[in-house]
Design a protein around this ligand. Structure first.
Ligand SMILES: [Zn+2]
Length: 271
């Protein structure tokens, strides 16, 4: 019975993954993400039913558009598969089972899905465009507020603890509005701050703190390797180019999701 339940969760996961691949491509271009029919970006060929099945259609079509034979980037396939696997992994970490499923567990899982959606869209859009997308950030603020209301009403969480988050959100949003006209560079910083707040609401201060440390260490490692390759004259990129290559939002999102699932697993199975 649970096997069937987990199969459904996997199918749900790859369907969300399929939505993410579409959203990360369309959101930065300001295109509609719900209504317009899926199409091949090269030849505009509208995708038929069999071409829309996540993961499987990629395998059937051999990673190519069936119409113009343009290669479909494997990262779309990977994103779908990873989403499916994460859905199963989190359900297993929360010890979800059909027989003992409670409303609270369903709510918890639904909030994980909402947060996972935020983290994936924020991270992948940052990786591909080096930009924190404003619509995605606002989506993060909205789901955070929903989660805070849920925690305070259903789980009797400490209102004051979350009150601090709401104040922090207001301060960042206010500063962002005030400095909006000055520099585009600041927007990236505000985007990172909003992301950290959303992460803290959903995964907790401890996990966010660790996420920041690991991210900073990995950036330091990257820069160190760059400096070494520069000494050996193998790398001709300028320092500015290298700095522009570092996508902080992407790294934060990746580290946070992996570490969050690891902690869930540890709490439920190892401690
Ligand atoms: Zn095509």
């Amino acid at each position: 019975m649970d096997l069937f339940f987990y199969l459904i969760l996997f199918l749900m996961g790859i369907t969300f993954g399929s939505f993410y691949t579409l959203a990360v491509y369309r959101i930065p271009q300001g295109q509609d993400i719900t209504h317009t029919h899926s199409y091949c970006p090269k030849c505009d060929h509208k995708l038929g039913f069999w071409e829309l099945i996540p993961v499987f259609s990629y395998a059937f079509l051999g990673g190519k558009c069936h119409h113009c034979h343009e290669k479909i980037r494997p990262r779309y396939f990977i994103l779908e598969l990873v989403s499916g696997l994460f859905f199963i992994l989190v359900a297993a970490c929360l010890k979800l089972s059909v027989e003992t499923l409670t409303l609270m567990q369903i709510a918890e899982f639904a909030f994980f899905v909402l947060y996972f959606t935020f983290a994936v869209l924020m991270a992948v859009i940052d990786k591909e465009n080096r930009k924190m997308n404003q619509s995605v950030l606002m989506y993060g603020v909205i789901i955070s507020l929903m989660y805070i209301v849920y925690l305070c009403i259903v789980e009797n969480a400490n209102i004051y603890r979350y009150g601090i988050y709401i104040v922090a959100y207001l301060v960042v949003l206010l500063l962002d509005t005030i400095t909006l006209k000055k520099k585009a560079r600041n927007r990236y910083v505000y985007g990172i701050l909003l992301t950290l707040l959303t992460m803290a609401v959903f995964t907790g201060e401890y996990i966010v703190f660790t996420t920041v440390i690991i991210t900073l260490l990995s950036i330091a490692m990257y820069l160190l390797i760059y400096q070494i390759s520069k000494v050996h004259h193998k790398n001709k990129q300028s320092d500015k180019q290298i700095c522009n290559e570092i996508t902080i939002g992407y790294l934060l999102g990746l580290v946070n999701i992996i570490f969050f699932v690891f902690v869930l697993f540890y709490q439920n199975y190892l401690s």
